[in-house]
Design a protein around this ligand. Structure first.
Ligand SMILES: *Cc1c(COP(=O)(O)O)cnc(C)c1O
Length: 494
């Protein structure tokens, strides 16, 4: 399988090259030349496999240069019991007779980013071997809280790699910050940015496209790569759990083979929901893709009107991992919806950079709306959804609540009774302050104290690694102006 740049179809790379580079040099994102198909027979076969085998099989369809034994080993390492605290890795929780919640936070950092970031370092190491790359890969990541920690956890002390994470100083939860600044590993670095996530992400993108910096780093034996979902190696492992969830419903005799299932995904950078779209493109019977946003509802408006307009107020919400106005992965969808029109994608991305706005063609809008529904959930509804589901016996985090609410809205609005799965992207323990408040408790002052408090109040056990943050040394104190991020990179790679 070859990969091309969304901004230049003629630019083709192997999977190993695409994963090594992260972002194409023309600023485009690598996307597969075509989508391999998944037959009904294959879905049946996958039903008989554990998660890690499903992962190796599905990924193998996109990674022909990697040996199957190798992919099996990677999946075994990534999703083993020492890393994930649930034997099913990504279990489904049944809510009612046609609604399930897909729990993606059983990994080492308690957010869904682990699903991909336990795999990506292994794919990258193998890609360095395959491409004969001798320089050290420096992973630069901008994080809205969860990517940074999950990426460091995955890359800590991995040979021939270093990783530097930038996070918005006041844009992450206390637990997320604590998770990052206590990260161990000789090859990791963390730095706060004075600004919001879009500032951090734009800063990282700017560093990637700086040719002079690239040359200086090359002289020092480094090249830059990405662990953000602009890297195809992040999206691919995420395709797996949509297929796996479908298999689990089949195994539980909840659906029949071929019957469509809707997915509702809490969305920020459009990575997770794009993975679901890719699964649908492979032939998985996905019905509607429901895109759930918080008050930063730029995607809701886009899906409803065909106009993407980031010229609006930025809101800091209780679901900070979705406080994003520039959803990078939308570019991959635009490329596909336009029938592979790289010129048009370039034009839209140019307009986005210059004016913050673009409008897609009527044909693209029609295709968009056939597949997607967009909705958003405000702060008060997020709170009340957590409370309602807690009364009903299920504790969820703020991001998951956004998805649960938008799924309900979708059903009310359309009357669609298709079985549906909403995606749970983080453990409620990562956002203890908001979750405790929502269920009527006064949250303790100290974020670690809140973990114990939540266990006491809810009777739901905390993930062991979050409880283990207590007493860990703080290793990183750096803060930078957003204009000076490049200096930090040069310092880190001295
Ligand atoms: C990253 C993240 C999201 C958003 O995922 P995207 O792939 O950026 O759309 C949602 N919820 C949580 C908890 C996250 O960490």
């Amino acid at each position: 399988m070859e990969y091309l740049s969304t901004r230049d179809k003629a630019l083709r790379r192997s999977a190993a090259q695409a994963i090594t580079m992260g972002l194409s040099r023309d600023g485009g994102l690598f996307t597969p030349v075509s989508f391999p198909s998944l037959s009904a027979l294959e879905v049946e076969t996958l039903c008989g496999m554990p998660y890690r085998k499903r992962a190796a099989y599905v990924m193998g369809k996109f990674l022909e240069e990697f040996r199957p034994e190798e992919l099996n080993l990677f999946a075994k390492n990534a999703y083993g019991p020492d890393r994930f605290d649930h034997p099913d890795v990504a279990p489904l929780h049944k809510m009612d007779k046609r609604t399930w919640c897909l729990e993606l936070w059983h990994g080492p950092t308690s957010a869904f980013k682990d699903m991909a970031l336990q795999m990506l370092p292994q794919l990258l190491s193998a890609s360095l071997r395959l491409t004969g790359e001798k320089k050290t890969a420096c992973i630069l990541a901008a994080t809205s809280g969860d990517t940074g920690k999950a990426a460091m956890e995955g890359f800590a002390d991995v040979d021939q790699t270093k990783i530097l994470v930038f996070y918005p100083e006041n844009g992450v939860s206390e637990i997320q910050k604590l998770q990052m600044v206590t990260q161990e590993g000789a090859n990791v670095g963390v730095c706060a940015v004075k600004g919001n996530f879009d500032d951090a992400q734009s800063g990282v993108k700017g560093i990637f496209s700086d040719e002079a910096l690239r040359e200086r780093l090359e002289e020092r034996g480094y090249f830059l790569s990405s662990a953000n979902s602009i890297n195809w190696g992040r999206i691919l492992p995420q395709v797996v759990y949509y297929i796996s969830a479908y298999c689990d419903l089949l195994n539980a005799k909840e659906i029949k083979l071929g019957q469509p299932v809707n997915f509702c995904v809490p969305t920020g950078n459009f990575g997770n929901i794009l993975a679901c779209y890719n699964a649908k493109r492979m032939g998985l019977p996905v019905g509607k893709l429901i895109c759930a946003s918080n008050r930063n509802d730029v995607l809701t408006d886009f899906i409803r009107t065909g106009v993407y307009d980031r010229n609006r107020a930025f809101h800091t919400t209780m679901s900070p991992s979705m406080d994003i106005l520039i959803s990078s992965n939308l570019e991959r969808l635009l490329f596909d919806l336009s029938g592979g029109n790289d010129e048009l994608v370039r034009e839209y991305m140019g307009q986005l950079a210059e004016t913050g706005r673009y409008e897609i063609t009527p044909g693209m809008k029609k295709r968009l709306q056939e597949v997607f529904y967009g909705g958003f959930c405000g702060e008060e509804e997020t709170r009340s959804t957590i409370e309602m589901l807690y009364q009903y016996g299920y504790l969820i985090d703020t991001h998951t609540a956004v998805a649960a609410k938008v799924l309900t809205d979708y059903r009310h609005e359309t009357g669609d009774k298709t079985p549906a799965i909403f995606v749970s992207t983080a453990s409620p323990y990562k956002f203890g302050d908001s979750v405790l408040g929502a269920i009527g408790e006064t949250p303790a002052e100290d974020s670690l104290e809140r973990i114990a408090q939540m266990e006491r109040v809810t009777g739901v056990g905390a993930p062991a690694r979050l409880a283990g943050l207590k007493g860990k040394d703080i290793r990183f104190h750096d803060v930078t102006e957003k204009e000076l991020m490049e200096e930090k990179v040069l310092e880190f790679l001295r």
